[in-house]
Design a protein around this ligand. Structure first.
Ligand code: HEM
Length: 489
């Protein structure tokens, strides 16, 4: 996530130092291009070191900034893509130069490039004030690998099945609370659902007062970041912390509210001893027990940072993905009818297609360090951020014919889109650590809602896309109506 997914890599600013970069959404698009990219002839070694930036618009930076900022449609990037090709250099007031890439072959080069040289952590630096400096999202190189290895086991294999019950239970709680006969916003309900899942599966809290208290504190910290203009807040945090008292106080006190509970819980669990932790099925306990090759465990601060990271990375994203999924399905009668049969493969295809057409994170980022990086026919100098545009790649007509249409069947063929053309979770050694968790959660929730509730769209058109700090969210939160009470759970 360049910016968590630096997510919405859209603006970058030399906030204080290289560490404090801001990456935001750079929506974009695509003109047709062949996937059979032939590698360019190897230039001589001397020339190879010479920077060679991709072409880009000559418009003043202020106008390019406006092109990114105004409107939810990526018309500006679309136009640049058509004019300049699969890699384009942009300049905004936040970032004097960055490169966006739109071709799977270039994405492959980037995802497989050396982690020391292509720094996702640096691209995500604007999340530092929230997730902490020891978060896997912010680390690069060997420290990143160490944290990732320690965090991976609870997100794989058999362990994943222990989360199913929490996911189903959370879906039921939401379904039972929906009004009958009047419109309501699905996004808010999905936010509450996915937060509950994280509380139980990741934090290991059983429903009750302690879980409710932590949930309230977490929402107080995260909610301001999920508002439409939150990007400015996120970008400004590194500058404002310590300088602007009101902002500093508000944010710091919300963060302290979460930290108090987390550090106390870390101490309590460490006090229980390893045997008790081994019996627990949650990610929190697994993080306390995890050891690297030298037998070192994560410090209290590192455990805190990773817990907040999982919260931030896993809660709003999955909720937004689910809201979009229902929006698309409820506006596609044939796909909806087939989904009601609840065939697992078809539901997976529905989810993949909705993450294609409405990717939650529009772009990821890698900052070049320690020498120029060769990208296709270009040589990108150190200090430049490169952003694969998920949004644009997912709309390439040469990969996805009739790319604007919602067609889950695309993912049911023998050769479905590959790991460089379907990239809602990024890729390479930085690929989303919770991808399987998120896909499983989305399938369980989708299945449960289709089984129990008769939903229909409240509005004739799909929701408009709106940039938030981390996600591309539905503007009105996806309004739906439930015409009759849900079937019993
Ligand atoms: C639909 C839901 C989700 C989407 C669309 C999503 C998307 C992403 C993306 C695009 C990245 C950046 C990858 C890159 O730079 O190549 C990422 C990273 C990450 N995600 Fe997710 N994510 C989702 C859910 C989750 C969940 C449920 C969790 C955990 C509970 C999670 C944890 C993480 C972590 C820890 C990273 C950082 C990985 C690293 O830097 O090594 N995500 N995610």
């Amino acid at each position: 996530m360049a910016g968590i997914h630096a997510v919405a890599n859209f603006a970058r600013t030399p906030v204080s130092a290289a560490k404090a970069r801001v990456s935001v959404v750079r929506p974009s698009y695509v003109k047709m291009a062949t996937l059979d990219r032939v590698p360019p002839p190897a230039p001589d070694a001397e020339a190879e070191l010479e920077p060679r930036m991709p072409p880009g618009p000559r418009l003043p930076r202020i106008l390019q900034t406006a092109g990114f900022m105004f409107g939810s449609s990526p018309w500006f990037i679309d136009a640049c893509r058509r004019r300049f090709g699969d890699a384009v250099t942009f300049r905004t007031v936040f970032d004097s130069q960055f490169v966006m890439v739109f071709h799977p072959a270039l994405v492959k080069e980037l995802f497989h490039g050396p982690g020391e040289q292509l720094r996702a952590g640096e691209a995500n630096a604007m999340l530092g004030p929230v997730v902490g400096e020891r978060s896997v999202l912010l680390l690069d190189g060997s420290e990143h690998l160490r944290h990732r290895r320690l965090m991976l086991p609870p997100f794989h294999g058999r362990r994943m099945h222990t989360y199913v019950a929490a996911m189903r239970r959370s879906a039921d709680l939401e379904i039972d609370a929906w009004p009958v006969g009047e419109p309501f916003a699905l996004l808010a309900s999905m936010q509450s659902l996915t937060l509950r899942v994280i509380m139980q599966a990741v934090f290991g809290y059983a429903p009750g007062p302690a879980e409710e208290d932590l949930r309230r504190r977490v929402r107080a910290m995260v909610e301001p970041l999920a508002r439409p203009r939150s990007l400015a807040l996120l970008a400004a945090l590194p500058m404002l912390l310590g300088r602007e008292p009101a902002m500093n106080d508000r944010f710091a006190s919300a963060r302290r509210g979460v930290d108090e509970v987390l550090f106390a819980e870390i101490a309590r669990r460490r006090g229980l001893g390893d045997d008790a932790l081994q019996d627990a099925d949650d990610v929190f306990s697994a993080l306390l027990l995890a050891e690297d090759e030298e037998g070192r465990r994560l410090s209290d601060q590192e455990v805190r940072d990773e817990l907040v990271t999982l919260l931030l990375a896993g809660h709003e994203t999955t909720a937004t993905g689910l809201a979009w999924c229902f929006d698309l399905l409820l506006h596609a009668p044939a796909a909806h009818a087939r989904a009601l049969e609840r065939d697992e493969l078809y539901l997976d295809a529905v989810i993949k297609e909705s993450l294609r057409i409405r990717p939650v994170i529009p772009a990821v980022g890698r900052v070049v360090r320690g020498g120029p990086f060769r990208l296709g026919e270009y040589v990108i100098p150190t200090g430049i951020e490169i952003n694969p545009s998920i949004r644009v790649i997912h709309r390439r007509e040469d990969i996805y014919p009739d790319a604007g249409a919602f067609r889950p069947e695309r993912f049911l063929v023998d050769n479905p889109p590959d790991t460089y053309s379907w990239i809602p979770f990024g890729g390479g050694p930085r690929r989303c650590l919770g991808a399987s968790f998120a896909l499983m959660e989305m399938r369980i929730v989708l299945d449960r809602v289709l089984e129990r509730a008769a939903l229909r769209a409240a509005d004739p058109d799909l929701a408009k896309v709106q940039f938030r700090a981390i996600t591309l969210a539905p503007r009105d939160g996806v309004r739906v109506v439930q015409d009759r009470p849900p079937a019993r759970g």
